[in-house]
Design a protein around this ligand. Sequence first.
Ligand code: G1P
Length: 904
Amino acid sequence: MLKTINTDKFEFLDDKGSFKIGRAEDTSYLYFPIAGEKGLKSSVTPNLGGDAMVNQETFLLEPVSVENLHNNKNGRNFWLYMDNGSVWSAVGTSAEQESKKFTMEQDESLVSAGFMWHTATRANSSFGVLAEITSFVPVDFNVEVMSVTIKNIDHQTKVITPIAAIPIFGRSADNLRDHRNVTSMLHRISTIEDGVTVKPTMSFDEKGHRLNNKTYFVIGYDENGNKPESFFPTVESFIGEGGSFSKPRSVYRQEAGCSAGENFAGLEAVGGLKFAKATLKPKEEIVYTVLIGVAEDEAEFEAAKKKLASKDDVEKSLEATKKYWSDKVNVAFHTGNKEFDEFMAWVAFQPFLRRVYGCSFLPYHDYGRGGRGWRDLWQDCLALLFMEPDDVRKMLVANFGGVRMDGTNATIIGDGLGNFIADRNGIARVWMDHAYWPLKTLLLYIHQSGDYEILKEKVPYFKDSIVHRGNLIDKKFETEGNHQYSEDGKVYEGSIIEHLLVQNLCAFYEVGEHNTLKLRGADWNDALDMASHNGESVAFSYAYAGNLKDLSILIQEYAMNTGIDTVSIASELNILLDSYVQIYESVTEKTELLNNYCKLVEGDISGKQISIPVSTLVSKLMEMSEWFTEHLNKQEWISGDEGQGWFNSYYDDSCRRVECYDSDDKKTRMMLTGQVFAIMGNVATDEQIEYISKAADRYLYKEEIGGYRLNTDFHELKGDLGRMFGFAYGEKENGAVFSHMAVMYSNALYRRGFAKEGYKALNALSEASMNFNVSHMYPGIPEYFDAKGRGKYPYLTGAASWYLLTMITEVFGVKGEAGNLVLAPALLKEQFDEAGEAKISLNFADKRFDIVYANSSKLQHGTYKIKAASLNDGQLAFDETKVTISRDVIDNLPKHNSIIVTLG
Ligand code: G1P
């Protein structure tokens, strides 16, 4: 009966991305995220493998990495012992089911899923049963719910004995390899009326040995509220001597198990719940609920139990969970391609996943301890600005508190707003791109909101023992609360505009031999980490050249919008501004100037502020940007074949230019990152963009695997540039189609008016993602596609924020400009539906807008113009390329609005 479901293509169930796919278990490495907002986050595979944790120290289920997904047997399980003595696992992992894989006797199965819910359905006609297991995590509780329906699909009555079996890890992920056995001795396991609890006596982790209060639990009941009859609370009692999780002795031998009220100490634990025999007539079904969770104390445990006390409660909770997450994703697209629109629902959802999971905690992301990096912090805000705008202002202001007075920043980000932590080990690694992102995010915020006042907000600076841009570490520079103080003993606070100046000006002066910016520990590409002495990131030099110009323009707008004509900044900063072209041209003088500045801010600063006329500041920044742009353009252009060329992206630690053209394609070296920022930072001219795009098509583009690769194959283990060259070519940062950079390439192209080229990059990514036979992934954008086109590291990637941003602000052209709403579509002909319409629904300035672009003659981009525009039936003013609706008008609109823009 499940055989009719597609096994190589998603079938969508609604317009919010919910899908189903047959035989998902026949694809390796598949997993799906389900999480709540209270901390619990899980991954589930088609066979219900995967793990569940609250944080690094609190793993409910054993931590897994992708290779464990097909090897581990100890996933969530729900066993059925049949009256005829046979055994069947409702998740498909019994030894028999494994042995029947790839034969005609394999179970029929399918996975259906939507935002934060996952249903695995499986049937076996010889056993005559169908099982449907829905997993989700309620928003407010640290409980993973498994709702199991068992249906008799035979024509004879069946008697089944169900046994839920969830191995409980109950400790820190570190203990997987570090003292796994010793930490099992801490376990105190009890059987209670409804299940099994594990309360370790202590936790052993890097913070030392601490007494533990947490209780891990697995409890369950059937649809009539009947509790389990008996229990298998330990691994030894469940699998039995010589048994395994795919052939547990307790199940196969129909052992009785122990009763409630027993205690076991110092053993590996299992939530093994044996329910009473159930008799199912043909077509009859029965529902069991299994709750897997962790509670800080008894009260929390009781509250969770109460909330999910019956089958009805579970159903209600599932509906509420679905609604919660689907309401969150409040941006929807309608184009000529329904599949693409569904793909976009997942892309829009991914930034929430990254907010919840950080950059760790899904099986591919088997690194990190759950924190997010500085870069990710800022980029994730991009998408949240559209979907969760309420707290963004507070978040942005707080995030500036991580900037050091020398322009670098804290790299360990704690929980809660603006909580930056000093690295206790004093490891100074400076990523030279870090100072680039805050301005980008802030600009988007200001344009969406018109809130120029934010630039006046006073924020402290972060301070620790790391000074002189990571070149000097001395405990004597540490301060209380990790704040920068002034000589009068007060925490120094400067405006956000001052923070932006500190970041971008310091970056401008930190140059290497070629007078481009030093690579330091790495830039956006984390794997360019072996050229810290002499390496230069020309790629981010283009980016900062663009930033200096953007900053200059921003300050001008700031003055116009708020009426200020001077800006107050720390007096120390003056030396970064009191500079001129001759200094810009000299590597030595720049280095000296930066050193002098760093000396001034290594300890307490004077606390004095000077007032700089806006006009001086604006022209100084523009002068720097222009000088830098010209310098880069003159020095870094690489001419290729006729009509092709590109910008060099890096210098290695041996001071050599990294990219080159050779008449032999194999010897040509080209990287995408430099092109992205040369275009985005306005260093490339329009003519150069055409050249770049041709070269990128020739050297980097591979449609079947997602489009633009990060670099050509260098055929060299470049130990003087980075670990990326140790990766096989086509994996991760070494020449994969790395979604984040490919999307930024597209974004840059759109910004410069190259819609056709931008579309090509976006489209290749979505097509490859949705081509399940090749990408082998659930809908969404992966971090990268490997050389064979498999989508890797799904869900947690900054690419999603950028993809969404690009679709909204560039493709549909819905953007804020100083708080006004501007509509300037750059949709290609093929993006309109059959009736010639393309639609987007989203919130702007707290109002809802359904925007329709009507292009009934299906004209191509570049040939259509705006012919009419209406807002809620009233006419709107427009010019040929854009419609602008002023903030005053928006503020007086009702909650829900509709806009129609006619193109012709
Ligand atoms: C990941 C990291 C990001 C880094 C990038 C390249 O990208 O999260 O900080 O810049 O790798 O090394 P993501 O896929 O998350 O965008």
